[in-house]
Ligand binder design. Sequence first.
Ligand code: NAI
Ligand code: MG
Length: 493
Amino acid sequence: MPAKTSKRQPARELLFGNLWEYDPAPETASPQLQSRYQLFIDGKFTAPKTKKYFPSISPRNEETLAEIALAGAADVDAAYAAAAKAFPAWSKLPGAERGKYLYRIARLLQDRAREFAVAETLDGGKPIKESRDFDVPMAAAHFFYHAGWADKLNSVTPGKTLAPLGVVGQIIPWNFPLLMLAWKLAPALACGNTLVLKPAETTSITCMKFATLLLEAGLPPGVVNFVTGAGETGAAVVNHPTAKKIAFTGSTAVGKSIQHALAGTDKKLTLELGGKAANIVFEDAAIDQAVEGIINGIFFNQGHVCCAGSRLLVQESIADRVLAKIKIRLRSLRVGDPLDKNTDIGAINSQKQLEKIRELVDAGVNEGAELYQPACSIPSKGFYYPPSIFSGVTLSQHIAREEIFGPVLSILTFRTPEEAIEKANNTAFGLSAGVWTDKGSLILKMSTELKAGVVWANTYNKFDPTSPFGGFKESGFGREGGKQGLLEYAQLI
Ligand code: NAI
Ligand code: MG
């Protein structure tokens, strides 16, 4: 039989091994970067009063892309003053007129989609196919959708009209920089608020490029203001007395500190925080389809996704089969240069995040779970981590409880739907979940009993501006998207 084996080997290699090589296919559109980005206050690019700048590096190769202005308290103050000055005129503008600005912004973003996609990939490390096909089009879709609402605010809640809150402060994370900016800006502007937004310190570039697009759209000065910096700047945005509402997306730890800071004030607050979603596969599911959903659920955007399907719950009777199929699929994922159109898993956003992933994977190994990582070549410069799965995971282990926010899947098993529900809900989080089964009744049962803001059935990571997104428990509160998202930026009159 040895002859047979040696004949078969090349075919398998061809499918899953080293022979499956593509030529590099780097994206060539120019990201139009500047060497230095200022603050965007009152419709003007303004040097920070701190006179300080910090580098934004590319996690792809650790090269500095640009210098970003560091906003201090006085700069945040100026941004709020500009937003307060712009509020009366902007909020009194007929909704249809505000809608026109939003449509214009959406179209301008579409016009410059390639440029924005490359900038997003360079600054944040996500694969170009994701920034090109998901982040940028979805950001534009949010502006289109909310443009449509701007003149229909009196029909959101029949008998009542939505009125703006005033000036809002918004803080966004680094995993979907442009998309989170769109999630925050579009509903706030549609409702007639003005705003001060702070992007994350490792990914400020597309936000500052967006400012040029707002200028092109002719948005009145002060309606949108961008301040850049890290936690201290964020705290100044949160604590400013002019803010009528704070909208935050980021870690649960910072979310909790913001909730403490706002206790006793009359500021509204929405928090979109971490997650540890269960992706649940029943024995009657279409297995190959489920495997694709599992892979997409955890490896999309290197696993830097708050709703990532990071805990796979698979029914015991099919566990071995599913695990074998996941391992095969893992070997065909391409890790490397995010600017290459063939790349599936790009760069980890920062050195800090890479260290966190390593720490949690070490904890998983030390606590007795079984780690599998396919052999893959990783660029020598930049921050990269191979796709990883842990089997034999128990609920008490760190890798089953904490948000790893990296390309690491923890696999657990269950026997009955009741056990699956109990295990899925046994977490501090409650942002999302996935259910894979052929039975409609089981989907209904699971989606009712899972404590998660979004439950996907026979799919995963599907988003739409019309669909509200948000969490339970330590995943936060408030919704973004849909009518529910509009209500978070309005008062009813
Ligand atoms: P982070 O929560 O510190 O960063 C998110 C945003 O909050 C950034 O813009 C940051 O500058 C700002 N920020 C930081 N401290 C602040 C403060 N005291 N007041 C106001 N704003 C503040 O998250 P970090 O440290 O970058 O990531 C740590 C972990 O958090 C990740 O490993 C991941 O598990 C989780 N995370 C979850 C996100 C989600 O979408 N659910 C997004 C980002 C991080
Ligand atoms: Mg960067």
